[in-house]
Design a protein around this ligand. Structure first.
Ligand SMILES: N#Cc1c(-c2ccc3ccn(Cc4cccnc4)c3c2)n[nH]c1N
Length: 236
């Protein structure tokens, strides 16, 4: 990863991801973009051609940084931007199959487009967005993307079923989850979950997932392949 705020990415070395690194399941290197500046002010930005608010990150510094960081084993360059294509669970799975990912964390109004166009001459470049809202820079997006990708790597999650069955893995939202106590503040766990009848439990969970998806994300239902819903689903 390349950023002018390397410490912003320190959380990636905590908890589950930190344990995955110490277990050798992945390697993480964070580079300070300013290491590739040569002026006393370590300038990384300049005024935008054509005018307009804010500053744009200079191509020379980013070009030199990516020349070095992209050297070595083939990598895919991931560039978070509000103008990117949506980062989805499907893209997280695609990224998790890559041997090496390089993340460019922009700031200001973004990175000079020629940096991405130049990189695209030699590697795959993915301009992605984590949602329809505007952040101040790419670091928060990289934290989210890396967490979504790394949890899919074999051995990272304790129970592989978690990644296989979480929200979006079957195109639907996950339904409600419960644990002890059986009644809490007058609210009881649905009886079916304590029935021990796993066929019934699976059906109930599928129904709650379909209901929630229909209510909160009807677009996901529209996007499902024709054969994704069985007769019981459609009866709901
Ligand atoms: N992924 C993602 C993002 C970002 C994002 C990502 C990288 C940068 C680098 C700079 N900014 C600020 C900025 C502000 C306005 C216009 N262009 C850029 C970034 C915002 N915002 N929202 C998302 N979903």
């Amino acid at each position: 990863m390349v950023s002018i705020f390397p410490s912003y990415l320190a959380p990636l070395r905590e908890a589950l991801l930190g344990r995955a690194i110490s277990r050798g399941l992945l390697e993480l290197t964070v580079h300070d973009l300013r290491a590739w500046t040569h002026d006393v002010h370590q300038a990384v930005d300049d005024s935008p051609y054509g005018g307009g608010p804010g500053m744009v990150m200079r191509p020379q510094v980013w070009g030199d940084a990516l020349d070095d960081v992209l050297a070595g084993p083939p990598a895919r360059l991931v560039v978070p931007t509000p103008a990117g294509r949506p980062f989805t669970q499907a893209l997280a799975r695609e990224f998790s199959a890559e041997e090496r990912l390089v993340f460019a964390c922009g700031r200001y109004e973004g990175i000079d487009q020629r940096v991405l166009d130049d990189a695209a001459r030699r590697v795959t470049v993915d301009e992605v967005s984590i949602g329809d809202y505007v952040l101040v820079g790419g670091e928060v997006a990289v934290l989210a993307i890396v967490e979504a990708v790394v949890r899919l790597l074999p051995g990272v999650l304790g129970n592989p079923r978690s990644a296989a069955e979480d929200s979006f893995s079957d195109g639907l939202l996950e339904g409600p989850a419960y644990t002890r106590p059986e009644v809490w503040r007058g609210l009881a766990v649905p009886d079916v979950l304590r029935s021990g009848n796993h066929a019934l439990i699976d059906r109930w969970r599928r129904d709650r997932s379909l209901e929630r998806t229909h209510r909160r994300r009807p677009d996901l239902l529209e996007a499902l392949p024709a054969d994704a819903l069985d007769r019981a689903d459609r009866a709901l």
